[in-house]
Design a protein around this ligand. Structure first.
Ligand code: HEM
Length: 532
């Protein structure tokens, strides 16, 4: 295994004692008892019934019976690798995050790439968004950048996430289609939740059939905050830029590969790492000063919008190299638990209502997926820095906490972090000023669903436009309900009339009568972006 025990990779050293080689000669039970025969159960006579006393058979079968855990509710199919992150220049001016200060520092990382919709055994080359989740094992705790390969998202508010996923997953009455967006509920959701327009343009583009995980961009999607050691905050969006460039399959290739090698993308990543052709991604940030929050014709808290790179350039600040395959897919890739709420001092959240909901969802789902509150003790999830708190017990607890005091504050153990020095370095949430009446109303600044969708279309070359038309025609053409097909075409006329008209002809519905939306361009900022 290439790169194993890389000098100085603290995570790799931490994992080392957990690695167990089965030499095959000295088999034992889980109690460590040497086994004399692993092939035949204990019977009354050679043809007789099996005897209850056979603890070895019982243990072996019971463990097998319990091998499966629930797959992730989304992003079930994924593949991961270990690596390291190095910084190009200190980000001290912007953030106090320790792993972004020192260019000599190498931070261990673990990255899981995934599809969103398909189940654990689905094919790699489905037309789907790809997950791009990175865990940085920093000296201040784990920082997770849980992103996708598309810079925007389907919806604006976490409240709709269960609806989105119910619509895009296979239909419940027949569990079809397995891993595709070519079905009625998907497109019915699209037509009835029009904030999705921009994301669907990316979804119908070649971005959702990447050539390789090594050739995909990654995006944190939400607007986050950087906070420096003086307490000054700036808005930030995160990007991963593949050193190999962005490349896609064409649809015919994707379909053929799905049949010939459903593991195409995991094989590609695995083999590249095995031969030492390590995938590399540069970390980029777009940074926005707080006074520029309202400078744009879109709301920076709206996850269906990107910040045009022409307006807010991406600054490349470091590089991640994936240099070691996992030893065991279940223990590492399946058991890893990413969570956008895992942050370190210097990185903070914004009020993006999609992000706020995610902050609840991941820990909640992992509690059931990984069997209770101690999943942070699973080797792949452990931080490389010490963990100290008064949390105790629960299923499968491994830490042996010493002493009798597991509460705060106390005088018996005399370990209350009362002094300011003891608290130094602790995570302090950014003290943002908040005001307003409690309401479920949506901000009007979230209402423009079509301007950036059109900008995206306008930025495509003719072959890329043709691919988008082909994708719409294929995917929407599979929808059985003519009414839904018509609604989709009537919706996307707002992005481009010619595109929607060709799709209408291809999917057998009336040509749309509506008109293209006007791109809002009242601010100099957006009219500049309009020129893309
Ligand atoms: C996985 C919820 C939006 C990226 C998951 C999981 C849940 C979830 C429950 C499974 C986690 C697990 O079992 O460990 C949500 C909710 C969202 C949302 C409620 C919106 C309200 C997003 C967005 C992105 C994203 C906007 C990208 C920026 C991912 C990725 C994974 C994931 C990459 C897979 C992580 C892995 O590889 O283990 N999400 N998600 N999600 N989500 Fe989200």
């Amino acid at each position: 295994n290439q790169g194993k025990n890389i000098e100085g990779n603290a995570k790799d050293h931490q994992l080392e004692p957990f690695r167990v080689e089965n030499d095959g000669t000295k088999m034992t039970t889980n109690q460590g008892l040497r086994v004399s025969n692993d092939e035949d159960s204990l019977k009354a006579g050679v043809r007789g019934p099996t005897i209850m006393e056979d603890f070895h058979l019982r243990e072996k079968i019971t463990h097998f019976d319990h091998e499966r855990i629930p797959e992730r509710v989304v992003h079930a199919r994924g593949f991961a690798a270990h690596g390291e992150f190095e910084l190009y220049e200190s980000m001290k001016e912007y953030t106090k995050a320790k792993f972004l200060q020192d260019t000599k520092k190498k931070t261990p990382v673990f990255v899981r790439f995934s599809t969103v919709v398909g189940s654990l055994g689905s094919m790699d080359t489905a037309r789907d968004v790809r997950g791009f989740a990175t865990k940085f094992y920093t000296d201040e705790g784990n920082y997770d950048l849980v992103g996708n390969n598309i810079p925007v998202f389907f919806i604006q508010d976490a409240m709709k996430f269960p609806d989105l996923i119910h619509a895009v997953k296979p239909e419940p009455h027949n569990e079809m289609p397995q891993a595709a967006s070519a079905h009625d509920t998907f497109w019915d959701f699209v037509a009835n939740n029009q904030e999705i327009a921009h994301m669907i343009m990316w979804h119908m583009s070649d971005r959702t059939i990447p050539r390789s995980f090594r050739m995909m961009e990654g995006f944190g999607v939400h607007t986050f905050r950087f906070v420096n050691d003086k307490g000054r905050s700036r808005f930030v969006k995160f990007h991963w830029k593949p050193v190999l460039g962005v490349h896609s399959l064409v649809w015919d290739e994707a379909q053929i590969i799905a049949g010939k090698d459903p593991d195409f993308q995991r094989r590609d990543l695995w083999e590249a790492i095995e031969i030492g052709d390590y995938p590399e991604f540069e970390l980029g940030v777009q940074i926005l000063e707080p006074e520029d929050e309202f400078k744009f014709d879109f709301d920076i808290l709206d996850a269906t919008k990107l910040w045009p790179e022409e307006l807010v350039p991406v600054k490349k600040i470091g590089k991640m190299t994936l240099n070691r395959n996992v030893d065991n897919v279940f223990t590492e890739t399946e058991q890893v638990a990413f969570h956008p709420g895992n942050v370190v001092p210097g990185i903070d959240f914004t009020n993006d209502p999609l992000l706020q909901g995610r902050l609840f969802s991941y820990l909640d789902t992992q509690l059931i997926r990984l069997g209770g509150p101690n999943f942070t003790e699973i080797p792949i999830n452990r931080p490389i820095c010490p963990v100290h708190n008064n949390q105790r017990n629960g299923f499968s607890r491994q830490t042996i906490n010493l002493g009798r005091v597991s509460y705060h504050k106390n005088s018996l153990a005399n370990n209350t972090p009362a002094t300011s020095t003891a608290r130094e370095g602790g995570y302090v949430h950014y003290e943002e000023k908040v005001e307003g009446r409690i309401t479920r109303a949506r901000s009007k600044s979230f209402d423009d669903h079509f301007s950036q969708a059109r900008l995206f279309w306008n930025s495509m070359s003719p072959p890329e436009k043709q691919h988008i038309i082909d994708a719409f025609s294929f995917e929407v053409g599979k929808v059985k309900s003519k009414a839904v097909r018509q609604q989709v075409v009537d919706m996307f006329v707002r992005v481009d009339k010619e595109m929607a008209t060709i799709v209408a002809d291809n999917v057998g519905v009336n040509r749309p009568t509506g008109e293209q939306s006007k791109v809002t361009a009242s601010s100099p900022a957006l009219s500049q972006a309009n020129a893309i």
